[in-house]
Design a protein around this ligand. Structure first.
Ligand code: PLP
Ligand code: COI
Length: 339
């Protein structure tokens, strides 16, 4: 392979050696298969193409100072994919099979795991699609699961530094009783126009408000939202946001750091009172927010007064990264060490 500049990777696709696949037919999942092909041979009437029967996951493997490879919260991602499958009537992959496939994909592409010093990681992308032909709107009878991996750097330019986000009231990403709680491709398609608009105006992401009232904060493009106030970690409770595994981890860390944790509706006006705020997710890790501009209402909320990540975001970021890279003990049982 061409030399990879591990320390300067962006969040993009780099071809690796192998991906792992598994097919569902006649009511059962087959054995795991390994291939070096980047393509899928698909029926033109496959339900994933027409009716969006597609779910995916995103998790990461890290190379530690000790040389060991650690996958962060493998089982939680497996369970969330099952929940997404239930959400759009797809065949569910057993947790053990999901885990086995991810571990295999990581091991077989070990040479693509960035070195510890680079601060980069190996992104793991499991994907499940409906493959059998269907013209009427109904679920497929056959499915393909696959896992590919690719080395990545930070999702937002510059890594751990503050960036601005925008509220764009003309767009919704997900409906209150829709599919926002599942990791399905359709949610991301629904976010593309708003995301593109925000990026072209110089914002890192869209901060979505709840679709019903446009009053409460939902989440940020590809990440959950959290804020810090009076030693309290505050994050929105909503029926239209993805249950972020990073956010779930940060809530536990915050609690164990002696903070109060509140998961509740967060009104937009409260932005004016926050000491710190951030986006969190597998790709985003923690991306502190500098300011929130409500472009339709002509309001601006300056959060990072000095433009720098705040002390609580920094502490949470260091703790999370410490556990992921193995610099801190895995007291929560979040890490799978790959032998
Ligand atoms: N919200 C959305 C819409 C996402 O795509 C992601 C990314 O996975 C997240 C939140 C963060 O979730 P997690 O921390 O599990 O990666
Ligand atoms: C992730 O954080 O893993 C995501 O899936 C976000 C985005 C790249 C879709």
């Amino acid at each position: 392979m061409n030399e990879i500049d591990w320390s300067n990777l962006s969040f993009g696709y780099i071809k690796t050696d192998f991906n792992v696949r598994c097919h569902y037919k006649d009511g059962a999942w087959g054995d795991l298969e390994v291939t070096d092909s980047e393509s899928i041979n698909l029926h033109m009437a496959a339900t994933c193409l027409h009716y969006g029967q597609e779910v995916f996951e995103g998790l990461k493997a890290f190379r530690g100072k000790d040389g060991k490879i650690r996958i962060f919260r493998l089982e939680e991602n497996a369970k969330r994919m099952q929940s997404s499958c239930d959400g759009i009537l797809m065949a569910k992959l057993p947790v053990e099979k999901f885990s086995e496939a991810c571990i295999k994909a990581v091991k077989m592409n070990e040479r693509f795991i960035p070195p510890y010093e680079s601060g980069s990681s190996l992104y793991i992308r499991p994907l499940l699609i409906g493959t059998s032909a269907q013209v009427g709107v109904s679920p497929a009878k056959e499915y393909t699961f696959l896992v590919f991996v690719t080395p990545v750097g930070p999702y937002f330019k510059g890594g751990f530094q503050t960036s601005p986000v925008a509220i764009l009231r003309q767009y919704d990403r997900a409906a209150p009783l829709g599919t926002g709680i599942y990791k399905v491709g359709g949610n991301y398609a629904a976010s593309l126009v708003a995301g593109d608009k925000a990026h072209s105006l110089g914002y890192a992401a869209v901060l979505y408000l709840d679709a019903r009232e446009k009053k409460y904060i939902d989440e940020c493009g590809p990440a959950n939202f959290f804020a810090i106030k009076n030693n309290c970690y505050i994050t929105p409770k909503s029926s239209s946001i993805l249950p972020s595994i990073t956010n779930n981890s940060l809530m536990k860390l915050a609690e164990d750091m002696g903070m109060k944790v509140e998961r509740r509706q967060v009104a937009e006006e409260e932005l004016a009172t926050f000491e710190e705020a951030g986006q969190c997710g597998t790709a985003a890790v923690i991306s502190p927010i500098s300011k929130v501009d409500d472009l339709d209402e002509n309001k601006s909320y300056l959060i990072a007064k000095d433009g720098k990540p705040g002390p609580v975001c920094t502490k949470l970021y260091n703790k999370l990264r410490g556990i992921q890279y193995g610099d801190e003990p895995d007291t929560y049982g979040w890490v799978t060490v790959v032998d």
